[in-house]
Write a protein that binds this ligand. Structure first.
Ligand code: SF4
Length: 329
């Protein structure tokens, strides 16, 4: 078998890890401290008749629900202690994670940024939000802030397929997601995209097309999740009624491999699968419970096939006008 050639900067991993980007940008290991500033989102608030996303738990995807409602300073101090010990880190990015961060007053968000950046060991901020909840004022504020510090924006896109977006009751379509990505990038900000694999109508072709679409967009990083069932979610009801079945680990690993093969090697990857940090909330699949085991299974799948991020990637062709005709470059 031919040796697998992966980028030597990826520390032996068959994909470009975000930790590498942070290390190069900040000069040392940097990890994220999740905090919650928003208390709701457009879906849960029923804006324009929207409903809770089918997969979302009551905590709006927050890693530390016990801290919800606490002051940002308090959250940073408490979560930093746990994260520093767990990851052996001494520099951090404060990650505004729960619900829809931009579904809150701008003044509150500004205050949250100020508190976060007042910690000497905080190297910047990251905001998780929806691609369709971005006021001009918030984008301009981020733009100003990015002149002083690192500001990363992670957009919950989940899928670029309108049928899937409708099934998950997301409340926006793919065009709105692309518009949001373009707007944030046009302001000079670093844009990440969250994706979920394992939708009922998902096909390999669609996975490849998603990677190719991302390659053509101003996206610098992606975060991958498998669709899992949590207690109290609308998806749990479908699962109990036999109307939804999560994909098995091997199938999921094959989807991740296919996606990574077609993804540009210049786009960094946060994580390869969802993590169920609250075991008691996980209904299915059971493999999501074992973070390291699932991660290793995906890595083994890639390695056993001698494949890696970007193996099947070819740069998107640009069409440029040349005199009377068009030229592909
Ligand atoms: S995933 Fe985000 S937008 Fe959807 S219901 Fe949960 S918090 Fe709201």
């Amino acid at each position: 078998m031919c040796p697998v050639i992966v980028n030597p900067n990826w520390a032996g991993k068959p994909y470009f890890p975000i930790s590498q980007v942070y290390k190069e940008r900040f000069g040392s290991k940097v990890v994220k401290i999740p905090v919650s500033i928003a208390e709701n989102c457009p879906n849960r608030a029923g804006i324009k008749g929207m409903q809770t996303c089918i997969f979302c738990d009551e905590h709006g995807s927050f890693a530390y629900p016990e801290s919800q409602g606490a002051a940002i300073r308090e959250q940073i101090v408490s979560h930093r202690e746990k994260i520093a010990e767990r990851f052996n880190a001494s520099r951090f990015l404060v990650y505004f994670q729960a619900y829809t961060t931009t579904f809150t007053q701008l003044a509150r968000l500004k205050e949250g940024f100020e508190v976060a950046l007042s910690f000497p060991d905080v190297a910047g901020v990251v905001v998780g939000t929806r691609p369709d909840t971005l006021s001009e004022a918030v984008v301009q504020y981020w733009r100003e802030m990015s002149r002083q510090t690192f500001v990363g924006i992670e957009l919950g896109v989940q899928s670029f397929d309108d049928e899937q977006l409708q099934w998950m009751r997301r409340g926006h379509n793919a065009a709105a997601a692309i518009k949001g990505i373009d707007r944030v990038a046009a302001a000079g900000l670093d844009v990440g995209v969250h994706l979920i694999f394992g939708w009922p109508t998902e096909t390999d072709k669609q996975i490849v097309e998603t990677a190719m679409l991302i390659n053509s967009l101003p996206v610098t990083n992606v975060k991958l999740h498998n669709l899992h069932v949590l207690t109290g979610t609308p998806l749990e009801q479908l699962y109990r009624e036999g109307l939804f079945q999560p994909i098995e680990l091997e199938k999921y690993a094959s989807r991740v491999a296919l996606f990574l093969e077609h993804l540009s090697p210049a786009i960094a990857v946060h994580r390869l699968a969802a993590l169920s940090s609250r075991w008691q909330e996980l209904v299915a699949p059971a493999w999501t419970r074992h973070k390291m085991k699932s991660y290793q299974a995906i890595i083994d799948y890639l390695n056993s096939r001698g494949t890696f991020q970007g193996r099947a990637y070819s740069a998107p062709r640009q069409i440029v006008p040349v005199d009377a005709g068009l030229l592909e470059v």
